[in-house]
Write a protein that binds this ligand. Structure first.
Ligand SMILES: [Zn+2]
Length: 678
């Protein structure tokens, strides 16, 4: 189905052209809702029009008031200059930050200072995230230096204690991909995310090295350290834009490709790269269709270059009537990386299992073909020259809006992660690799055009591809359970342990079967009601059911066999003991979702009491690994399942759950008015 399309595209798609797009986009300072962002969107639209494509700027209010589903639109922000100068001690006078040197040296969305600037003492905080960090400190009228959570410091230092500004010198370590010191001279992308009535303030960003120096200076000198700060900026009612590039089809159905075009200058890989790759995919398809080398597709292909998340919420909320016609989507996020420098593999991230879809099998099949780029000496094998992976859903970018079951558009993501330089001033054009952009543009064009042009015969291939991959995964899941059983050591608890594994097997198989059948059935809409197709689909489903049955039997035999050989047979029956307290609580909670799309908590957090905000903060701190679980749980919450059932599904999907986190998280979402708890 897709190979002929891929071969045609290989002759047209250019990594260099995509690189030129990335280069142009990365020149702009693309803060969501700002003149720089608008200029980048306009550039993309003009460029696509020049290539003969239909493209438009889709503009909507940036007023800090309008919502798209649960997502609050930003206020527009413009900055024309900013400077931070050390003025005392006199012998150390120097500039610490200048907008004209680096846009990232300012905390984005800073409010202006008085026209002549302000002079203030610097108070050094360690992090400033806790009440106790302020004991014995007077920050009123002063500027605090912190490397802690900006929202938290704003609340404690500015809102509650009257500080007038913030200097931020934080960084990341993410071993083994990113170790201490690697970002010592990098500015971290830092922004205020205003959601309404917060106390205005401004802020600057220092590199960790400069931060250390300033901290030492403040510690060593007896005299106070003073700075002079000036920010020329304004927040106002303006507009925010999506670029929409369209390759017209013949039906009401469409395939959507999304890439966020926002982020500060330079932000090349994040995500000028995704935008550039999307533009190149659009250009190549437009040209091949124009020349008649590819037929005009049945379905429309739409490329949207948006401010991350907010643009997608807006695009979907305003085109809600079109969502049922969206047969698939694809998200491109950080796709052009020079892996030897940035450090991470090219990843295809699957859709969440609450939205089973054929898109995963198709994207993976395309990926395997694109990866076969170099051959061995004898020509008997082909393999990739880059790092690669396919992973389960994790979220964190625009695909998480599309793939939410309340939207229901299967949307994989192509991403490169980890990237050492993500969200810092080091994310520059020299870390972008045209060869990588080419691979991703090829995958994008092949994927979108294959789906857009698919009919009954293509659906036959695709359903079989989905089913055969599904079978293989089912077998692997069962084998993983058998591996766990083989690792159970002899001992008092061994029998019980094996019995539990057996119970797990009995839950995993039907869950997996459901998911695989759902994915096969999702192909049907591409077949357009063809009778022959439908008969074949039924057979595929029956065959999957047979595999599931046989696999369950295989698993049971293996586990019971292990038990017998260890003298543990017969295994005790696992009786459902009394529910733990937290389980009883979760059983009593049924969450009904009040908004389409995942919840965008930014403005809603302000509705919580101070006490509840504290609970939310602790929740994030104490359960750092549970964020994705919260998203998955949201997807499974259908207004009927109890939170206990939802947690069970999360465990089947992710291999783990965190009930304590989920109960607290959903209670807070209830208080924010984002879900209704019954
Ligand atoms: Zn980003």
């Amino acid at each position: 189905m897709f190979k002929r399309i891929l071969r045609e595209l290989e002759k047209e798609v250019s990594g260099e052209i995509a690189f030129n797009y990335v280069s142009e986009i990365s020149r702009h300072h693309r803060i969501q809702a700002s003149p720089g962002f608008r200029a980048a969107v306009q550039y993309a639209v003009d460029e696509m029009r020049e290539r003969g494509l239909e493209a438009e700027v889709d503009s909507y209010p940036a007023d800090g008031e309008t919502y798209s589903w649960s997502s609050l639109h930003f206020m527009e922000w413009e900055c024309t200059g900013a400077e931070l100068k050390l003025v005392e001690p006199a012998e150390e006078v120097r500039f610490l930050a200048r907008w004209s040197e680096a846009k990232l040296s300012l905390i984005q969305r800073s409010h202006p200072t008085p026209e002549d600037g302000v002079e203030a003492e610097v108070v050094v905080l360690e992090k400033g995230e806790e009440e106790k960090d302020y004991r014995g400190l007077d920050v009123e009228g002063k500027i605090v230096l912190t490397n802690g959570d900006l929202g938290r410091v704003h609340e404690f230092a500015v809102e509650q204690r009257g500080a007038i500004g913030i200097i931020f010198d934080g960084t990341w370590v993410r071993p083994p991909a990113l170790v201490e010191g690697e970002l010592d001279d990098a500015l971290r992308y830092t922004s205020f995310w205003w959601a309404g009535d917060e106390k205005p303030c401004f802020g600057f960003v220092l590199t960790p090295r400069t931060g250390r120096w300033l901290r030492k200076l403040a510690k060593d000198k007896k005299k106070p350290v003073k700075v002079w700060a000036k920010v020329d900026a304004r927040l106002y009612e303006g507009s925010i834009e999506n670029a929409v590039i369209t390759i017209q089809g013949e039906t009401e159905e469409e395939v959507v490709v999304v890439a966020h075009i926002c982020h500060p200058q330079p932000s090349a890989n994040d995500n000028a790269s995704g935008s550039g790759a999307a533009m190149e995919a659009a250009r190549a398809l437009g040209r091949l269709i124009g020349e008649g080398k590819l037929a005009k597709p049945k379905r429309t292909i739409r490329f949207t270059l948006v401010p991350e998340m907010t643009g997608t919420y807006n695009f979907l909320a305003r085109n809600e009537d079109r969502i049922p016609g969206m047969v698939a989507a694809l998200n491109l996020d950080m796709v052009g990386e020079k892996q030897s420098v940035t450090g991470g593999p090219l990843i295809v991230e699957r859709t969440p299992e609450a939205t089973p879809s054929y898109v995963n099998a198709l994207m993976e099949a395309i990926y395997e073909e694109v990866r076969a780029e170099a051959g061995n000496l004898g020509g008997s094998a082909r393999y990739p020259l880059f790092m690669h992976a396919v992973t389960p859903f994790s979220g964190g970018s625009d695909h998480y809006v599309y793939s939410d079951p309340t939207v229901g558009v299967g949307c994989p993501m192509i991403i490169q992660w980890p990237d050492k330089f993500w969200h810092t001033s080091y994310d520059t054009l020299d870390k972008v690799d045209p060869a990588m952009l080419r691979r991703v543009a090829l995958m994008t064009a092949t994927y979108s055009y294959s789906i857009a042009s698919a009919g009954a015969t293509e659906a036959v291939w695709l359903a079989n591809e989905v089913a055969s991959r599904g079978r293989r995964e089912l077998v692997e899941k069962v084998q993983a359970v058998i591996s766990d059983a083989a690792d159970v050591l002899e001992g008092d608890e061994a029998g019980k342990e094996l019995a539990k594994i057996l119970t797990r097997l009995k839950r995993i198989v039907p869950y997996q079967l459901d998911h695989k059948v759902g994915a096969v059935k999702s192909v049907g809409r591409l077949a357009g009601g063809d009778g022959g197709y439908e008969a074949m689909e039924k057979e595929l489903v029956v065959a999957l059911e047979r595999v599931a049955k046989a696999e369950r039997r295989r698993g049971e035999r293996a586990i019971n066999g292990i038990a017998e050989m260890r003298g543990l047979a017969p295994l005790p029956s696992v009786r459902r003991g009394r529910l733990r307290k937290i389980e009883v609580e979760a059983q009593g909670i049924v969450a009904r979702r009040l908004f389409k799309g995942p919840v965008s908590t930014r403005p809603w957090v302000r509705k919580l009491s101070g006490e509840d905000r504290e609970v939310l903060w602790r929740l994030g701190k104490d359960h750092p690994e549970s964020r994705t679980l919260g998203t998955l749980a949201m997807y499974w919450a259908d207004g009927e399942r109890s939170l206990l059932e939802v947690s069970g599904l999360v465990e089947l999907e992710a291999g783990r759950t965190d009930l304590e986190f989920l109960v607290k998280y959903f209670r807070l979402l209830g208080k924010m008015g984002l879900v209704k708890l019954a």
